[in-house]
Write a protein that binds this ligand. Structure first.
Ligand code: NAP
Length: 284
């Protein structure tokens, strides 16, 4: 039987439809949710991602501010720019586009983002709160993967989820979110021995490796659900779609899978941040 296609464009549209009402409700209070993106240097892929995020904001009636800093920006100059945005009450979310030029201490810059504006869960506090299951915003791609799982009602409780990748914005937080939903989670990485044998035990596979077509269909258990976060040059995911399609019970396409839901999630987190501000204004 053909697998269920986990269509990210459908999930993203459902999220955005719900957001429109919330943006309208905020505008009645005179608040326009605003995402500030910061781009350092001239990485063409990053420029495209930042543009896509700004356009997505505008299409839904949100504001976006784009801060562009030159390649030679120092860590301190970047932190100063972030602190300005932290102080600006009209800004509800701050996104520092990864990667920054290698001379910048990216971790130090991420940590400068105020927790309440950390809509992509990049600070250590945001990550900690994600792992503990409360508080501010998880990273957008992990949250998007969970939205797809929930939308298509893929069972998690007691299931074995194998995450391939352990980066701070993807593999680690998605492992924590799956664990919080009572999956049994194995997180794999470049030093993992016998990855195909581990994947054979997986009911759910999350691919977050950054290597095109890395995960092969013959490594999968028959009927596994496959969520491919990978996005490589030429619109290619981290799973070998053709062979995984044959083994899986459900699979995300690339493009049109995790990507659009990630952008919708960024909008959702920014709107939530604006709503929290508006509640504060009412109670103070
Ligand atoms: P990353 O920081 O490069 O991390 C890659 C992870 O894969 C690392 O943990 C690495 O292990 C692991 N890995 C590398 N080779 C491996 C191997 N042979 N076997 C097992 N694990 C291996 O990448 P990332 O930022 O997490 O991104 C991962 C993918 O997601 C990329 O394709 C990226 O483009 C995509 N992405 C998509 C979205 C979206 O919105 N769809 C957003 C963000 C990222 P070590 O830790 O041991 O090095």
């Amino acid at each position: 039987m053909n697998p269920l296609i986990l269509d990210g464009t459908v999930v993203a549209q459902a999220i955005k439809d719900h957001l429109k009402e919330r943006i309208e409700a905020l505008s009645e209070k005179g608040i326009v949710p605003c995402l500030a993106t910061i781009l350092v240097g001239n990485n063409p892929a990053s420029e495209t991602y930042v543009k896509m995020k700004g356009n997505a904001c505008r299409r839904i009636g949100m504001k976006s501010i784009r801060i562009e800093l030159p390649e030679e920006t120092s860590t301190q100059e970047l932190i100063n720019a972030i602190e300005e945005l932290n102080k600006d009450d009209s800004v509800h979310g701050i996104l520092l586009q990864h990667p920054v030029p290698s001379h910048i201490d990216e971790r130090q810059a991420f940590e400068a983002i105020a927790i309440k504006k950390d809509v992509d869960g990049v600070t250590s506090a945001g990550y900690g709160q994600t792992a503990l299951g409360f508080g501010e915003f998880p990273s957008c791609t992990p949250a998007a993967i969970m939205s797809i799982i929930n939308f298509y009602k893929i069972p998690l409780e007691g299931k074995h989820a194998v995450v391939v990748g352990r980066s701070p914005i993807l593999g680690k937080p998605v492992s924590a979110l799956l664990l919080n939903e009572n999956a049994t989670v194995t997180t794999c990485h470049s030093k993992t021995v016998n990855l195909p044998e581990i994947l054979k035990l997986a009911d759910i596979v999350v691919a977050a490796v950054g290597k095109p077509e890395f995960i092969k269909g013959e490594w999968l258990k028959e009927g596994a659900a496959v969520l491919d976060a990978g996005y490589n040059k030429g619109n290619i995911g981290d799973v070998d779609y053709e062979s995984c399609y044959k083994a899986a019970s459900a699979i995300t396409p690339v493009p049109g899978g995790v990507g659009p839901v990630t952008i919708a999630t960024l909008l959702k987190h920014t709107v939530e941040s604006a709503e929290r501000t508006s509640q504060l204004e009412v109670t103070l």
